[in-house]
Design a protein around this ligand. Structure first.
Ligand SMILES: Nc1ncnc2c1ncn2[C@@H]1O[C@H](COP(=O)(O)OP(=O)(O)OP(=O)(O)O)[C@@H](O)[C@H]1O
Length: 567
């Protein structure tokens, strides 16, 4: 900054937030040790570091969710002491969490005013304010839209608007791009630039180092709980940034050779699932009585009148062979969740069949599928992957209580806590789960380390078919490479994988075959060796179908690849 510019800005007046000497201890862990962070107004300040480095803890301290053991916080030059998020909000600090906190069945306006009714009321005043903020920062938020009808990117904009409505001048965004496709990431970055130009400060946490370098003005690197330096984006590469994070040179990732065989492991034919409640993809549908109850209670094909009920999965056919990773690209909400649920048995097929190693498993319950070798890395690790309040080793057993020990002596731990504890120690070691021990609760692990534990657990059972939903979401670059290596190693031994990921680099890097899902249908396929993230991203919005290389060459196809094609 040019200090002689007029009117002169004192250093203090340009600083939004200053954290000094922050230390925070948990039993067995020093999460933050003497951390210093200065965030200037009108900038995007990125915070990067390995899983468990202490980023979230630091942000929870700034947002009043946790109290530091030592250190000071200054906002706009004033020393503050926060006892709750309400205190932080009152001083203009806002946080957009990775897991959105909106009520689906309420409108945008209702969600925004909830808890802040005193600010602008609940009617015309609130609506006017929402419109004003939306226009000012280019958020494109409609106050009367129902949140459940909104896609992920729109929900995120509502969350951002919500904190701006409460008067935030410093916004903390915790891994905001993890759930977005490239086009949506660009739109978010445009929004952030608008916020900057109005003098707001944004603290941006991300593991995607390329994005960090493109959007940040300043970068602070945290390693093992302490600040190790700052980086200037124009003079830094993603690799250099990663090396600052880990404190050593990164190994060059191995290149993957194809291991695809011609032995089908999973064969899905004409799989169709109807929306239980109608318009889950945001398309109008007639209400239809749902047959059955509980999680497997989808309606029967007979009860659904064609054309009236939305097919959330529409005539889906594919085969995955031993040694093959099949990636599915798609904007969230296009049938991925239903496909996963149908494969693991949480949702019943309304028509079509699922074969596993030649056997028709369509009527099988989840437990039987799991016992026979279907591994499952769920989309929502908190809801389906972990018992947050249970110790790590009990989480090791979760979902595998009925299994007999396999040839490697793993599994069947229900009556054998010692074996579970031993295997948990092995996973902690093999997957580099950063934890003081295996008796701490899953809740006390950092997000990325929770993910590593789940992946380790599922891989331990030597699955024959792995459903992997966002297997490296929230995981740092080093741990991502390690998880890929584990999956590739199992693939070499014949594992078949269905990979669903919002990370297009991961889809392209790990898959042997690629499909695009749109509106519940597999509309396109691509060769991971040649496709670009941009072309894939564009097909995900429904802009292209058929074989994507053909589309680029101007010969649009109309169907997915032949189902038994092996590479
Ligand atoms: N409530 C808690 N109780 C005990 N330990 C905790 C608690 N919260 C965090 N920790 C520990 O503090 C350390 C820092 O965790 P933190 O969540 O801040 O990391 P992070 O940098 O945000 O990681 P990630 O990238 O995986 O989200 C970790 O070792 C974690 O296990």
């Amino acid at each position: 900054m040019d200090a002689s510019s007029s009117p002169p800005l004192t250093a203090q007046s340009t600083i939004a937030v200053e954290l000094a000497g922050i230390t925070k201890r948990f039993p067995g862990v020093v999460a933050n040790h003497d951390i210093h962070l200065t965030v200037r107004k009108g900038t995007v300040h990125a915070l990067v570091g390995e899983n468990g480095a202490g980023k979230s803890t630091l942000m929870k301290i700034l947002y009043g969710m946790q109290k530091p053991d030592e250190g000071t916080i200054a906002v706009d030059g004033d020393q503050v002491s926060f006892h709750s998020p309400a205190d932080a909000i009152a001083r203009g600090i806002g946080m957009v969490h990775q897991h959105f906190m909106l009520a689906d069945n309420l409108t945008v306006l209702e969600n925004v005013v909830l808890g802040s009714e005193k600010l602008y009321g609940i009617g015309g005043g609130a609506r006017r304010k929402i419109r004003e903020i939306s226009e000012r920062y280019g958020l494109g938020v409609r106050p009367d839209a129902l949140v459940e009808d909104l896609g992920v990117a729109d929900r995120q904009r509502v969350e951002i608007l919500k904190v701006l409505y409460r008067g935030a001048r410093t916004l903390i965004l915790d891994e905001p791009t993890a759930v977005l496709v490239p086009q949506e990431v660009n739109a978010l970055f445009d929004n952030l630039r608008e916020l900057k130009s109005e003098g707001l400060a944004v603290i941006f946490i991300s593991h995607k180092l390329g994005e960090v370098l493109s959007v940040a003005d300043e970068i602070t690197v945290i390693r093992r709980g302490t600040t190790v330096g700052t980086a200037v984006p124009s003079e830094t590469t993603p690799r250099q940034l990663a090396e600052m994070m880990v404190g050593s040179e990164l190994p060059t990732p191995e290149t993957a050779e194809s291991t695809v065989t011609d032995r089908p492991v999973i064969q899905v034919e004409n799989l169709t699932v109807y929306a239980a409640g109608g318009a889950s993809l945001g398309i109008e549908a007639e209400p239809v009585a749902v047959g059955g109850t509980g999680v497997t209670g989808g309606m029967t094909a007979e009860s659904a009148v064609a054309g009236e009920v939305k097919r959330v999965l529409d005539d889906v056919t594919f085969t995955i062979h031993a040694g093959e990773v099949m990636g599915i690209a798609g904007v969230e909400g296009n049938g991925q969740t239903e496909l996963i649920d149908a494969l693991i048995g949480l949702k019943s097929a309304d028509s079509g069949t699922i074969r596993f190693l030649g056997e028709d498993i369509t009527p099988w319950p989840t437990r039987k599928r799991r016992e026979q070798g279907v591994g499952y890395i769920p989309e929502d690790r908190h809801r389906h992957g972990l018992l947050l309040e249970a110790p790590l080793w009990e989480n090791r057993i979760l979902g595998h209580v009925t299994e007999k020990p396999n040839s490697k002596g793993r599994g069947g731990f229900w009556l054998d806590p010692k074996a579970a504890q031993e295997d948990t120690r092995r996973i902690v070691e093999a997957y580099d789960v950063r934890t003081p021990g295996i008796d701490v609760t899953a809740a006390s692990l950092s997000g990325g380390n929770q993910q590593k534990l789940i992946v380790g657990r599922e891989m331990s059972h030597s699955p024959k078919f792995l459903i992997a939903a966002h297997p490296t979401r929230g995981v740092d670059v080093g741990a991502q490479a390690a998880i890929w290596d584990h999956i590739r190693e199992a693939r070499r031994e014949g594992l078949a994988v269905l990979l669903i990921s919002a990370d297009l680099d991961e889809l392209i890097g790990l898959s042997d075959t690629l499909r695009v899902i749109y509106n519940g249908r597999l509309v396109a396929d691509a060769d991971p060796a040649t496709i670009t993230p941009e072309a894939l991203g564009s097909a995900m919005t429904g802009a292209a179908s058929g074989h994507l290389e053909d589309v680029e060459a101007g010969q649009e196809g109309d169907a997915a690849a032949p189902e038994d094609e092996a590479r």
